[in-house]
Write a protein that binds this ligand. Structure first.
Ligand code: ADP
Length: 626
């Protein structure tokens, strides 16, 4: 038998799975049953839509049997679509999806987390090597004559040979190892299926032997073969809400999301009338590992009249809700919808529109009824949710009610409504400061005036905020104003502020001349009280945070944006600066005022050595005075 090599990534993955997941090894069964169920879904769809498959005798089921002797085995057989030789090689020897490396990097060694990742990533089959030292897969593709057997011990190679299988479908035989022999047990199997796979929409039969008893109550030598359906095999989402208990929902979640954790929240909707459809959405407790990858795996599956159509359509839900898991089942769509049709289908578009509204309104309710749980949600999914402010204009108002921010006046998070209630009487805008680090932001000199006036400033340390907030428009009648910009303080200026600005004009001009090309402008500031200087961005330039974000997107050809230096005319250093006559000494101090303001903003200095030199000259003078 010629041996085939696993793709390198597969070998790496196998190694990782076997060594990091052993304490959660029971998930192998969930994964194998999920594969069997997918194979049944695929064939079901074809028998309903494709003439060539209509004559096939399709009796969808999953059969599980085991032997617990010297050489224990566990067998999972399905009557699904099956695989031919080429498909066996492709599906069980390589990993088609990109992002494998990213996935491998995400594995943490924390078995519970990792076992979830493995399911999400879709490399479930390989988890069988946690419990088996040899795995055989005998499969026959529906509509084809030949069957093939794939065999491997999971150590780098696998074999393929011709085999016999009566009907189409796949049989996976696990030759259980020391770790796996506990699974050759009726109650163990039964328990795992109930925990993870109860709501697989096809029957799962468990075959076992039971001892017979004679009339006197003695155990007979012979045993009898028994078969029992272990799962409920219903499309759970189609059942009425008051029939279902929380645990039913949770069980279903564990099977469709490949999770061991319970979800944070679920939203079940039966819509009737102009459109008939059912949706069941789950919000996970933890963000999916691929939430920030462009090729993230969508978590919502589309069914038409209970027939599975696709789990790979990113357009079913808007991108910002990509963390949702669940099901959309439409009664109105035709079964044989192609991908192209799906994209422009108006029924689907309406379902999506209504689903988004439903999810958002449920989140609104949650925010009111269970603040703590909502914050848990926000911490995990706030960032993608904020993308909605940018991309979903239709739901802007609701999204503005849902967003939460850190702020100078609260410890945790605030809503915009809570901010509004705390506004000072003369306040006309919502102020925010952006940057990369919450701690630095909280101490920024840019906040001094606002703190002094008792005005609350939202602290935004997500790289997206600077792009999203300007796009969000207004909250009620209040504009959002970035404290990092030169014009933010404009509307808070008093006439005495303006007077002081005028007085400082000669000094400002002199500093401007000394700094020359290094700054876009120099202004007398009304926003500082304790610091001598700060930098801000011109109203049309990107802020420091925005520039950093654009760089992370690979935009290295950005033009250089110069900061505006603001000085505090009331500060002793600035007041004494006027009397420095030596121009080169004056220029050194001006440079230091600029450089320290840049450092406080978390920026890098272009020439740190020159900065140190200047600082030392000034220090030398200061030491000399004493
Ligand atoms: P995933 O199921 O997430 O794609 P797996 O590694 O578990 O990842 O399986 C890889 C592929 O092998 C599947 O996508 C499917 O095409 C094929 N496969 C696995 N099990 C079966 C089965 N029982 N019947 C038919 N195809 C299967």
């Amino acid at each position: 038998m010629p041996a085939h090599q696993f793709q390198t990534e597969v070998s790496q993955l196998l190694h990782l799975i076997i060594h990091s997941l052993y304490s959660h090894k029971e998930i192998f069964l969930r994964e194998l049953i999920s594969n069997a169920s997918d194979a049944l879904d695929k064939l079901k769809y074809l028998t309903l839509t494709d003439e060539a498959y209509k004559p096939i005798d399709f009796n969808p089921r999953i059969d599980i049997s085991f032997s617990d002797g010297e050489k224990p085995t566990l067998t999972i057989a399905d009557t699904g679509i099956g695989m031919n030789e080429t498909e066996l090689i492709e599906n069980l020897g390589t990993i088609a999806r990109s992002g494998t490396r990213a996935f491998l990097e995400k594995l943490t060694g924390d078995a519970k987390r990792d076992s979830n990742l493995i399911g999400q990533f879709g490399v479930g089959f390989y988890s069988s090597f946690m419990v088996a030292d040899k795995v055989e897969v005998v499969s026959k593709r529906a509509g084809e004559e030949k069957a093939s057997r794939w065999t491997s011990d999971g150590r780098g190679e696998y074999n393929i040979e011709e085999a016999a299988r009566e009907n189409h479908g796949t049989t996976v035989i696990l030759h259980l190892n020391e770790n796996g022999k506990e699974f050759a047990n009726r109650w163990r199997i039964d328990g795992i299926i109930k925990k993870y796979s109860n709501h697989i929409p096809f029957p799962i039969y468990l075959h076992y032997e039971e001892a017979e008893w004679d009339e006197k109550g003695n155990k007979k030598k012979e045993t009898v073969q028994k078969t029992e359906q272990v799962n409920s095999a219903s499309a759970l989402w189609k059942r009425s809400k008051n029939e279902l208990k929380e645990e039913d929902y949770f069980e279903f979640y564990r099977s469709i999301a490949h999770e061991s954790d319970d979800p944070l929240h679920y939203i079940h909707t039966h819509a009737e009338g102009t459109m008939d459809y059912t949706t069941l959405f789950y919000i996970p407790k933890k963000a999916p590992f691929d939430m920030y990858y462009a090729d993230y795996r969508p978590g919502v599956k589309l069914y038409v009249k209970r027939v599975f159509i696709t789990d790979d359509d990113r357009d079913l839900m808007p991108v910002y809700l990509r963390f949702l898991r669940g099901v959309i089942d439409s009664e109105d769509l035709p079964l044989n919808v192609s991908r192209e049709i799906l994209q422009q289908n108006s029924i689907l578009r309406k379902i999506r529109q209504a689903s988004v509204k439903k999810v958002l309104s449920e989140l609104e309710k949650l925010a009111e009824s269970d603040k703590e749980k909502y914050l848990e949600f926000w911490k995990e999914f706030g960032r993608p949710m904020k993308e909605g402010l940018y991309s979903d204009h239709e739901n802007r108002e609701t999204l503005l009610k849902l967003v939460r921010f850190k702020s100078t006046k609260v410890e945790g998070y605030t809503s915009l409504l809570e901010y509004e209630i705390r506004m000072v009487p003369e306040q006309k805008a919502i102020y925010y400061i952006t940057g990369q680090n919450e701690k630095t932001l909280r101490q920024s000199p840019l906040l001094e005036m606002y703190n002094a006036k008792g005005i609350e400033v939202l602290i935004m340390d997500d790289d997206l905020d600077d792009i999203i907030i300007p796009a969000a428009g207004k909250y009620k009648d209040f504009e959002f104003k970035s404290v990092n910009r030169s014009d933010a303080a404009e509307d808070l200026k008093t006439s005495s502020d303006k007077e002081k600005e005028k007085e400082a004009k000669p000094l400002v001009d002199r500093i401007k001349k000394a700094l020359g090309e290094r700054v876009k402008d120099v202004k007398a500031s009304t926003r500082l009280s304790d610091s001598p200087s700060c930098i801000v961005a011109d109203s049309s330039d990107p802020t420091v945070q925005m520039q950093a974000f654009l760089k992370t997107l690979g935009k290295s050809d950005l033009p250089e944006f110069k900061p505006i230096l603001e000085i505090n005319p009331a500060h002793p250093i600035i007041q004494k600066l006027e009397s420095v006559e030596n121009e080169s000494e004056f220029a050194d101090v001006c440079m230091l005022l600029l450089e320290q303001a840049m450092l406080v903003e978390g920026m890098k200095l272009e020439d740190p050595a020159a900065f140190a030199r200047r600082l030392n000259i000034v220090l030398d003078r200061a030491v000399g005075i004493k």
